[in-house]
Ligand binder design. Sequence first.
Ligand code: C2E
Ligand code: CA
Ligand code: CA
Ligand code: CA
Length: 279
Amino acid sequence: AKKAGRAEQRVFYDAMNAAAKDGLVIDGALRGAIEANEFHLVYQAITNAHTGKLTKVEALLRWHSSLLGPVPPDRFIPVAEDSGMIIELGTWVLEQACRQMGAWKQGTLDDVTISINVSAWQLADPGFVKLVSQALIRNDLAPHQLELELTERVLIEDAANVQAVLGQLRALGVGISLDDFGTGYSSLSYLTQFHLNTLKIDRAFVMDIEHSERSNNLVHAIIAMGHSLGLQLVAEGVETAGQAAILEKMGCHYLQGYHISRPIPPAELLRFADQRISM
Ligand code: C2E
Ligand code: CA
Ligand code: CA
Ligand code: CA
């Protein structure tokens, strides 16, 4: 009976998810979802390409809606951005991730940085820098233990204001990472104009690095450029040992992807860290 129940639930979720295509159903289900405790974070390891040591951890948001079942972030983040709810949600992520890091810090993850994804709306919010500094203080974290991941879209939305906010965050000591680099709007002027310290090479290029000369050349060029600008480089979506080896040889500093670890719950991440921290 339990099995049938689960199958029925699946059919129900599928139907609801189909109906949710227009975003309206998602929008409705998002309201009250924080209070109902429907969100949690999973954490994905980012390791030193050379030593394998755990260096950073990216927090990734998960939503299990009581109405829709599990909804992937690619589906609900854009809806939350449209409604402005991303500010409240992003604030929750910031606090939750900092609290987790504060707890980990008592153990083996003292030297590890926590990375969180930040939307344009959040940066545009006048209280954002204060929110970040308060989350750090409240959870007894040093600013360099936090890194904010932004996409290029964030940078162009309101360039002058974003530049000022990023300047304040960097002055505070918080790291700024440019996510999904190489997709979309890529403009080299961003790299010098904004106060960045890390570039994340998009999975789309890493994916083909073993078989496509074009992707291989492109990644090589991004890494060379990053080096010359004094930026740290993270390769995203590393799924094979072959990709990891090529990236390490090209001088990419850090690796992230299923080959290293999937995004996992906090307890599992701690076990991963125990293996990797001493390397
Ligand atoms: P992202 O920031 O580029 O995050 C990386 C995505 O790639 C994650 O998907 C991760 O699970 C996936 N990934 C990591 N390694 C591999 C791999 O080796 N192979 C493949 N195929 N995928 C890999 P996820 O968790 O579904 O998140 C999707 C996007 O949703 C994120 O892309 C980010 O843009 C957004 N997102 C997630 N959490 C948050 C959040 O807290 N706030 C905001 N604003 N956006 C978030
Ligand atoms: Ca990211
Ligand atoms: Ca990314
Ligand atoms: Ca992405």
